[in-house]
Design a binder for this molecule. Structure first.
Ligand code: ATP
Length: 214
């Protein structure tokens, strides 16, 4: 099972194409989108939990193998990936878990709560993102030497502990840029599915404060 966490503020085609390609390439029966509730290392999200969840649901609706898990949104206090993975591991003791993250997120891994414990719970699948390079030195460089693999079957032969880096189609879209574009009064069409765009326009969640509705 692939697990794709993020703030998804908002979800966009960079996320969706990454999940889609990795599901195909890694032969994952399921990719679970897991919107973060209250991200510990980041500013508070701009759209509300309910709006972000609605956008993720709209974006993934009807796509075979894409599911949404909203457990982190129901937690009070910070939601740590390691804790969520421990829950999933307890629920699926014999199933390989693949945590999907972008290269930018991977480079920040040593700042995550109990980051070294992650590898005991799940594999790590890293998607290349424009402008970021894989580390060759430091703790992440060493981790890659120890645990890196270019073989998909390694992710099926054990339930956790390997790192697989894959160059997905590079779509230079980021949630921050999408929000800035909308804030500037421009239309986010073709950066995300129409259903997501509709929620953004109807809720006014990224509009300028004075223009925000509802
Ligand atoms: P921000 O602009 O605020 O950094 P984001 O676009 O990175 O937001 P997140 O919800 O933080 O969105 O991302 C969730 C995960 O998706 C992260 O692991 C991130 O690296 C990855 N990701 C986001 N955009 C892309 C993209 N265009 N291509 C590949 N991976 C991406």
């Amino acid at each position: 099972m692939g697990i794709f966490g993020g703030t998804f503020d908002p979800i966009h085609y960079g996320h969706l194409r990454t999940a889609f390609e990795l599901r195909e390439i890694l032969r994952l029966p399921e990719v679970r989108f897991m919107p973060a509730g209250n991200p510990p290392h980041r500013e508070h999200t701009v759209a509300s939990n309910a709006q972000r969840l609605a956008m993720v649901r709209a974006a993934t609706e009807g796509q075979a193998g894409f599911t949404v898990d909203d457990r982190e949104m129901h937690k009070t206090g910070p939601s740590y990936t390691v804790e969520t993975l421990a829950e999933l591991r307890a629920e699926h003791p014999a199933r390989p878990l693949c945590l999907i993250i972008g290269m930018d997120a991977f480079l920040g891994l040593p700042k995550w709560h109990r980051w070294r414990d992650l590898m005991g719970l799940s594999h790590l699948v890293v998607a290349h993102r424009p402008g970021w390079r894989a580390p060759t030195m430091g703790p992440l460089g060493e981790l890659l030497v120890d645990r890196g693999t270019g073989t998909v079957s390694d992710l099926h032969d054990s339930v956790a502990g390997r790192i697989y880096i894959h160059a997905v189609t590079q779509l230079e879209i980021s949630s921050t840029d999408v929000r800035a574009l909308i804030h500037a009064g421009r239309d986010p069409r073709y950066l995300m599915p129409d259903g997501v765009r509709r929620i953004i326009l109807e809720s006014g969640c990224y509009a300028r404060k004075e223009e925000a509705r509802g």
